[in-house]
Design a protein around this ligand. Structure first.
Ligand code: NHW
Ligand code: U53
Length: 389
């Protein structure tokens, strides 16, 4: 496959796979800031750049509507991600964020928002290197403007704006194969509402299985099992920061969270992110943590349902409570909050609980990428400690 754009970019190229002579680390050196292109890339004549101020409800609504109607669908066009406005505000305003990295494209005449791409700054450790990167996300071109080579322009523009902040690396994920994945992970799904998943056509009744038997198979207790299991609160931030920094050090790639990052990314936010911890009733030590984010999807073309309420496993830490028991408590909480499905990637130690907790493998893959940073050997999912939204 010819990647006319990606072959011009400082990313691992397919032709270089297996070439262990190439050094690990940045592919190109930084450009002197005076040499970074000062003006935006040219768009086709009908279009103009707009910096999206998502603090503005009007602008945030335009972004929400563009994504709701034009963002990622599964291969069978059964679902389309429907990130909420509150989720977008959370995802796009972490500590140190740049409004200039929230980039839209409007039709000059109608002022209609027809494309979007974002970056947020993140400190990411790759093996022993801590690298300031841009996490790139929400790349979206309106369905009516596809296959016009707009995406490469969007990517070059966000790259330019990231360079202006003296940042030279990026991290991103995609369902498509591009030059060149640093890891390829698998989605797993745990039914919480099997009747709905069967009705929408995602799941099928097992052979020799009735609907009532299937509902019983996925049934969960009303209450969690772990003593001291409770919601995370603001005063837990220092302890959770210590816990996650220590736990994540075992993975080849992971976020380098400080207390400000933990406060932003891991404190519960209603209908955005849920986080729970285990505080030992005896010692009051905080020993374990689990979290999931809320990403609904539109259900496309079903008579009975229009929305899927999905929970996505985020960061989980087990030092005393078995991960299996901790994640079962997460499932119990998600079911109690009326989620239809609990999704997880096979990253970190997730493989250890997926089958036992009745997750089934999805048919979608998620490829992880670094921009302008080579790693010699593809990482196994279990070596990945990074979950992007
Ligand atoms: C130092 C800082 C660096 C920051 C930047 C780092 C890099 C960040 C990179 C971005 C990370 C985003 C992460 C993220 O947001 C999470 S992945 C979600 C991406 N969005 C969607 O799938 C939404 C629905 N699809 C669309 O809106 C369009 O199909 C998009 C806009 C995807 C492509 O629009 P289009 O109308 O269908 O296509 P053309 O404009 O004609 O362009 C075709 C070229 O685009 C390449 N392409 C297609 N999909 C891609 C994808 N998902 N990543 C990267 N490249 C992608 C494709 O390979 C081809 O290049 P090639 O000819 O070389 O093969
Ligand atoms: C029921 C299990 O599938 C999903 O939850 C789901 C929901 N919405 C999507 C929207 C776009 C989409 O495009 C790849 C996939 C989904 C998926 S499966 C992959 C995500 C996970 N886990």
């Amino acid at each position: 496959k010819r990647h006319k754009f990606w072959e011009t970019q400082p990313v691992g190229q397919f032709k270089d796979i297996g070439d262990t002579s190439l050094p690990e680390g940045p592919i190109e050196p930084p450009t002197p800031l005076s040499e970074v292109k000062q003006e935006p890339y040219n768009l086709p004549n009908l279009y103009e750049w707009v910096t999206c101020d998502i603090d503005s409800d009007e602008m945030c609504t335009e972004v929400y509507n563009l994504l709701t109607n034009n963002y990622v669908e599964d291969d069978e066009n059964m679902f389309r991600f429907k990130y909420s406005k509150e989720f977008l505000r959370w995802a796009l305003r972490p500590p140190g964020y740049f409004k200039s990295w929230h980039i839209g494209v409007r039709v000059k005449s109608s002022k209609k928002l027809v494309a979007f791409i974002t970056g947020v700054p993140a400190r990411i450790r790759v093996r022993d290197d801590i690298v300031i990167m841009a996490e790139i996300n929400f790349l979206c071109v309106h369905k009516k403007l596809r296959s016009k080579r707009l995406a490469p322009v969007m990517i070059k523009e966000v790259t330019r704006r990231v360079h202006l902040e003296n940042i030279w690396q990026a991290a991103y994920t995609a369902g498509v194969v591009l030059p060149t994945p640093i890891s390829t992970c698998q989605y797993w799904h745990r039914s919480l509402n099997p009747k709905k998943l069967i009705d929408v056509g995602f799941s099928r009744l097992g052979a020799r299985m009735t609907m009532s038997r299937t509902i019983k198979l996925y049934k969960l207790p009303e209450s969690t099992a772990t003593p001291g299991f409770r919601k995370m609160e603001f005063h837990d931030v220092p302890a959770i920061t210590r816990l996650i920094r220590n736990y994540m050090s075992q993975f080849a790639a992971a976020p380098d969270f400080d207390e400000n990052d933990v406060e932003h990314w891991l404190l519960p936010k209603e209908d955005v992110v849920d986080s729970y911890l285990v505080e030992s009733p005896e010692t009051h030590e905080i020993t374990d943590f689990c979290s999931f984010y809320t990403l609904p999807s539109s259900i496309l073309g079903n008579q009975n349902y229009s929305a899927l309420k999905a929970a996505y496993s985020y960061y989980n830490i087990s030092t005393k409570t078995p991960l299996l028991q901790l994640m079962n408590d997460a499932l119990i909480v998600a079911k109690r909050k009326d989620y239809d499905v609990f999704n997880a990637l096979d990253v970190m130690h997730n493989e250890s609980f997926l089958k036992d907790l009745k997750f089934g493998p999805g048919d979608g893959k998620l490829h992880y990428y670094l921009y302008n940073y080579r790693i010699r050997q593809t990482l196994k999912p279990a070596e990945l400690g990074l979950v992007l939204l």
